[in-house]
Write a protein that binds this ligand. Structure first.
Ligand code: HEC
Ligand code: HEC
Length: 351
């Protein structure tokens, strides 16, 4: 009788111990899955090779995919149109005038110049990786690259043309009529087809395989120690709460001045109302699309008005106004070094 009771008691305790062990193993697994990659890089942890897997979805940034399934004829014709001033009223300005494809996809002046040297209102954003932004333009007034094209073509300060004028010119060109006919079953060049080829070309402008993306995919040597440190600071200070996702930005609207009134300190920069002009809502006054930082190292000057000359100063201002912290020069340089690692390879179409 006593022996039986003893046996039952042992079974009971064994059951409890096994249960506790099982809970410990499950918790351990969960903790290990959440270890940031910089710790996973530790050689002593490398023996658990499976920890390396499934890391990307824990990070606020995901690698850029390589573009595929794009019709190569559309890409080529879109490329030709992107570089052809025929889209502007007096045949003097092409998309590349402001979006220099050899130079980060932007123009490196405070605000851009259009036809007749007209001075624009805003700084030119890069056209690289722009297909991954959830809206286009600083104020996000359109959603797709197709819709975006009307902006520069019709803007009197940029190309100053009209679709009637553009189509008349394109339909008078043997080259364009023939090339469009090869792709579309239509005797005439149409607005839809012009938008389609240009946006297809833009979708091929992906700067993938940056050092940072290689590291995200598991190559622990792709980043220098300082770049890894910069990424840690970028996350721990909270930059990644706004600059995040596949484009390290481009997926929300925010205004400068979360912790300090930027427009009180820089009243001259307050004239552009940003998203307010689109929504009419008080909440969106001075809100702009959070820009992608993917190739920010190549696109000075910075901010929607080009008011900041260097990346160093842009990072410093961001920390002060968006996060309420004063970074040391060495912290700023470390974050800058991480931002350099986001620059990807030249897209195949430009090689
Ligand atoms: C005169 C200079 C100029 C020309 C020419 C020009 N752009 Fe732009 N582009 C800009 C500026 C400035 C903006 C930002 C405007 C704004 O946000 O209101 C912009 C924005 C864009 C964007 C949105 C990017 C983003 O992240 O929001 C795309 C895409 C783009 N342009 C493509 C083109 C294409 C295609 C052409 C030719 C049909 C073209 N641009 C011609 C200056 C120019
Ligand atoms: C609350 C959201 C938010 C946070 C947090 C934030 N940013 Fe920004 N960032 C923005 C917005 C919005 C802009 C565009 C501002 C403008 O043009 O007026 C911007 C612009 C920038 C630019 C200029 C990009 C360009 O192409 O002009 C850089 C560089 C930048 N941020 C880096 C950082 C860094 C580094 C941190 C952390 C220290 C940070 N940001 C934190 C919202 C944020």
């Amino acid at each position: 009788m006593q022996k039986k009771q003893f046996k039952q008691g042992t079974k009971f305790y064994l059951f409890i111990i096994l249960g506790i062990l099982w809970i410990c193993i499950l918790t351990g697994l969960m903790v290990l899955q959440n270890i940031p990659p910089e710790i996973k890089d530790d050689p002593t942890l490398k023996i658990f090779s499976w920890i390396q897997r499934d890391t990307n979805n824990q990070e606020p940034i995901t690698p850029l995919p390589n573009p595929n399934d794009l019709d190569p004829d559309k890409v080529e014709l879109g490329f030709k149109l992107f570089t052809d001033p025929i889209l502007s009223h007096d045949n003097s300005v092409a998309c590349t005038n402001c979006h220099d494809l050899q130079n980060g996809g932007a123009d490196h002046v405070k605000v851009s110049l259009g036809i007749n040297h007209a001075v624009g209102h805003r700084n030119t954003p890069t056209v690289f990786n722009s297909g991954f932004n959830y809206r286009q333009f600083w104020d996000g007034r359109v959603s797709t690259l197709e819709e975006q094209i009307d902006g520069p073509v019709l803007n009197p300060l940029e190309m100053g043309s009209s679709w009637d004028e553009v189509l008349t010119k394109l339909n008078a060109s043997k080259y364009y009529v023939e090339h469009f006919q090869r792709i579309y079953d239509s005797k005439k060049v149409t607005v839809e087809n012009v938008r389609d080829v240009i946006s297809t070309f833009e979708r091929s402008l992906v700067m993938a395989n940056s050092r940072f993306d290689k590291w995200l995919k598991g190559d622990s040597n792709a980043l220098s120690t300082r770049q890894k440190e910069g990424y840690k600071l970028f996350k721990s200070y909270g930059c990644s709460s706004c600059h995040q996702g596949v484009n390290v930005g481009g997926n929300m609207f925010e205004r400068i001045g979360v912790f300090r009134d930027y427009y009180k300190d820089y009243p001259k920069n307050a004239s552009d109302m940003g998203r307010f002009d689109i929504t009419g809502l008080e909440d969106s006054r001075h809100e702009f699309k959070v820009p992608s930082l993917r190739n920010v190292a190549l696109t000075k000057p910075y901010f929607h008005d080009g008011s900041v000359e260097t990346l160093h100063d842009a990072i410093k201002l961001m920390a002060k106004y968006q996060l309420g912290v004063k970074l040391s020069d060495s912290e700023i340089e470390t974050i800058e070094d991480f931002l350099n690692s986001l620059v990807g390879e030249t897209p195949k179409v430009l090689k």
